[in-house]
Design a protein around this ligand. Structure first.
Ligand SMILES: [Zn+2]
Length: 166
């Protein structure tokens, strides 16, 4: 079940998206609320299905002319996978931060870690996962996907990134 809510923030409103983006996802109900600089927080988006992708494009087409800047923050693994698979998923948007899957061999559990692009751009755009420590035991984590595919979107010319020299 998809839902959204928005809250004001200094830089612009943040829209928190939650659930599955499928044929029932009421994305278009956000459109009247959108103007200026907006932030879309995808941390709660679990997956898209094919009807959801169609809805996403319909939504995106309506939002683009209304927003001065669109920032994606806290992109879930599912959103990253779509940014990697679908070239025109979100052309022109800023990607500020995203989650990446890691695995702890000591605890035998997986955890997603938030990566701020401004802090790690050089490393991740050369397709290397930043080092992360397990939140349970503190041991170094293994990256739990393929770096060569997971970080591909960082070299996508249609996307924008907050880059600092690191
Ligand atoms: Zn651990």
């Amino acid at each position: 079940m998809f839902s959204w809510r928005h809250e004001p923030c200094d830089r612009g409103p943040v829209f928190h998206l939650t659930g599955c983006i499928d044929e029932r996802a009421e994305l278009l109900s956000m459109v009247p609320e959108i103007s200026g600089v907006i932030y879309l927080d995808f941390a709660g988006v679990e997956r898209f299905n094919s009807s959801g992708i169609m809805r996403w494009f319909e939504f995106f087409e309506r939002v683009m002319p209304k927003a001065d800047e669109i920032h994606f923050v806290r992109c879930s693994v599912s959103v990253v996978n779509h940014l990697n698979m679908i070239r025109n998923f979100a052309p022109g948007v800023w990607i500020d931060s995203f989650f990446a899957p890691y695995f702890c061999e000591s605890c035998v559990h997986g955890e997603d870690h938030l990566i701020e692009i401004s802090a790690h751009h050089a490393k991740i755009s050369s397709l290397q996962a930043p080092a992360m420590a397990c939140t349970e035991c503190g041991e170094p984590l293994l990256f739990d996907s393929l770096e060569i595919t997971y970080f591909t979107f960082l070299n996508e010319a249609a996307l924008r990134f907050p880059v600092s020299d690191d």
